[in-house]
Write a protein that binds this ligand. Structure first.
Ligand SMILES: C[S@@+](CC[C@H](N)C(=O)[O-])C[C@H]1O[C@@H](n2cnc3c(N)ncnc32)[C@H](O)[C@@H]1O
Length: 254
């Protein structure tokens, strides 16, 4: 089963902003935790695999920095550009981890959210990150890992999607080993229990949009039957219960 995924050949760019929206409290938690991990100010940020820029403008605002959002999906970039066209601090460019269209030493922090498992070539990407990062620059990685797939509730209803994520997600040890082997020091590591939905009804609605690539990779039949079971489960959960999921945040320094 292939786990490679081309966003522009899917429906995801049309529904990403609703399906993957993060509540403001969640966004603030990520930004604050990143800020607390840095020891020097950052002036230029690369949001690598920025998608439609979910984090790009919030990063520019929080750090008062210039942000380059880079992504290979023209459709995801088009949403980002349309929304942020009046913002001079943020620039969106077509590119990918393996070929970053920026000069060497141009960036003080590279941020990557939920993109590590999409790279065609992780080693090539890390070498590109080293090239664009200035000395002592930061690499901030936000990703799910193989180690904690079991705590992602909805995946229990879509066994084939779970299998895909188990196959393609890195382990925590793998991430740390890869960056250490490439000359990065680990400054901090957290698993943030982020709120993904305010209650189980919203959780069901978000998952039903099929905005996660693992759900787009399974058959319609598997998706529909999983969704039916997820609906029953969500209806049985107590009202006003926030739905949380643990996502890793690694902060490395070059
Ligand atoms: C799950 S989305 C994450 C988007 C954004 N970082 C966020 O958190 O909202 C994954 C993104 O990775 C991008 N992507 C896929 N292959 C990539 C590559 N080789 N280099 C950089 N980005 C890539 C996709 O186009 C997609 O926009």
């Amino acid at each position: 089963m292939t786990t490679k995924f081309a966003y522009d050949k899917s429906n995801i760019p049309k529904i990403y902003s609703v399906a993957r929206h993060l509540p403001i409290e969640t966004m603030n938690l990520w930004l604050k935790t990143i800020q607390d991990s840095l020891v020097t100010p950052v002036e230029t940020i690369l949001d690598l695999g920025c998608g439609e820029g979910r984090f790009s403008l919030p990063l520019a605002t929080k750090f008062n920095a210039r942000v380059y959002g880079i992504d290979p999906s023209k459709q995801m970039l088009s949403t980002a550009r349309n929304r942020d066209k009046a913002i001079k601090q943020v620039k969106y460019l077509l590119g990918c981890g393996e070929h970053i269209p920026l000069a060497g030493n141009a960036i003080s922090m590279v941020f990557m959210s939920m993109v590590y498992h999409h790279f065609e070539d992780v080693d090539e990407t890390i070498s590109e990150i080293r090239r664009v990062l200035s000395n002592h620059g930061y690499l901030v990685l936000r990703n799910t890992t193989q180690d904690d797939i079991d705590q992602i509730e909805f995946l229990n209803f879509f066994p084939k999607a779970k299998q895909i994520d188990l196959q393609r997600m890195p382990t925590e040890d793998e991430i740390v080993a890869k960056f250490k082997a490439n000359g990065f020091n680990l400054l901090s590591h957290h698993i943030l229990e982020q709120v993904f939905a305010q209650d189980y009804q919203e959780y069901y609605e978000k998952i039903s949009r099929r905005g996660l690539s693992a759900l787009a990779l399974i058959s319609d039949k598997d998706f529909i039957s999983g969704l039916r079971a997820l609906k029953r489960y969500c209806e049985q959960q107590p009202m006003n219960t926030k739905v949380r999921e643990g996502i890793h945040l690694f902060v490395f320094q070059k």
